[in-house]
Write a protein of this length. Sequence first.
Length: 91
Amino acid sequence: MPDIDIHHAHTLPDDDARRAVQEVADKLSERFGVACEWSGDDLNFHTSGVDGRIAVAPGELHVTAQLGFLMSAFKGPIESEIRRVLSERFA
């Protein structure tokens, strides 16, 4: 079971949703060195202590992440920040 499991509704067309997810991924990569790659409609990401996926589906994004031991101490702030970014970008 993932440490973080977020479902977030959106109203964007699929291509626009994928572009928006890519923009978020680019910022994460720039700020935190997160490596990202697409596999179909899923954006897989990882960095030290975090492995996750953002699945883009019609009308919904599904974010899951496994946190390593040290990162699990920051689960609350990490999850809050993910929810904030999703709300801003996919309102």
